[in-house]
Design a protein around this ligand. Structure first.
Ligand SMILES: [Zn+2]
Length: 286
């Protein structure tokens, strides 16, 4: 699939679907997929009723390459039809085309936003969906509820030919990555980068540069990536968050995250700079 297809967001569906559309259907947090030999596909139907599954909510997402996209919340008591399966997004990650994975993440966040904003969190009235923007509005007190997004920074730190990699307690065994953390209210992204590195590993950094960003639907993060250079200090771990951290050369890395994550793209950028990656296998800013 063409990785450069542009998604055009929208909230108003076409009056009628005449062509097949992508349907991102969720049962709890699990996505309805067609398993294939070595990959997965997303249901592509003119009308979701063709699936025979009962739904409790439907949201128009927009279009990709002239194909409409919908997020669907499935009824609680359904079972996937023959030839289809319900899988968590983490299981789908890396197996479905990247642009469809990103859309699946978007769809899950829209379904989750709808599910958790049925009533006003200020006055308890039933919320209604805004006809003009992706928002729920309270008819009593006017509160607006938008889909939730949690910005998080992720930062690569270089020290000459070495990269700082750390291991969080919740990583798979042996896995190391660059450091990430949520942005606090009132903080700039650059302040969050400096604070996270100081708090988690006790180091000072400089030359902070924007690298790229990536929506990360686990459950509603927006990862904002930076590169930086070591400016001083000795590694001192925040024991509550970090199990281990150290400096690694490009030719002797531990186990690192899978492709398509921005953490891996940052690490691949470092590897390419030090001549370890070959063409075609190279991470690049998005
Ligand atoms: Zn209200």
């Amino acid at each position: 699939m063409d990785k450069n297809r542009i998604f055009i967001s929208g909230i108003e569906p076409p009056a009628e679907n005449l062509e097949p559309a992508w349907w991102f259907a969720f049962h709890d947090d699990k996505l309805l997929v067609h398993p294939k030999a070595s990959s997965l596909s997303i249901p592509c139907l003119v009308d979701f009723e063709e699936s025979g599954l009962t739904t409790v909510g439907q949201h128009y997402l927009g279009q990709i390459a002239d194909r409409h996209c919908y997020a669907v919340e499935l009824a609680e008591d359904i079972a996937p039809p023959p030839g289809m399966d319900l899988l968590g997004l983490r299981q789908v990650y890396g197996v479905v085309d990247e642009d469809l994975f990103v859309l699946a993440g978007r769809a899950l966040q829209i379904v989750e936003w709808d599910r958790t904003n049925q009533y006003c969190s200020r006055c308890g009235s039933r919320m209604r969906t805004s006809p003009t923007e992706r928002a729920k509005e309270c008819p009593q007190c006017g509160l607006l509820a938008f889909p939730r997004l949690s910005p998080a920074i992720i930062v690569l730190v270089e020290r000459e030919a070495e990269i700082l990699l750390a291991r969080s307690y919740h990583f798979p065994p042996g896995r190391y990555s660059v450091i990430a953390g949520f942005v606090e209210p009132g903080e700039t992204l650059e302040e969050a980068v400096v604070r996270e590195i100081r708090e988690e590993v006790g180091l000072a950094i400089k030359d902070i540069r924007y690298f790229g960003s990536q929506p990360w639907p686990f459950p509603h993060s927006l990862m904002i990536g930076f590169t930086s250079s070591y400016a001083g200090g000795e590694i001192s771990l925040d024991d509550a968050e970090i199990e281990d951290a150290g400096w690694y050369r490009a030719n002797s890395l531990p186990d690192i995250p899978d492709k398509i994550s921005i953490s891996r793209k940052l690490i691949d950028w470092f590897l390419a700079k030090h001549g370890v990656l070959k063409g075609g296998d190279r991470g690049k800013p998005r």
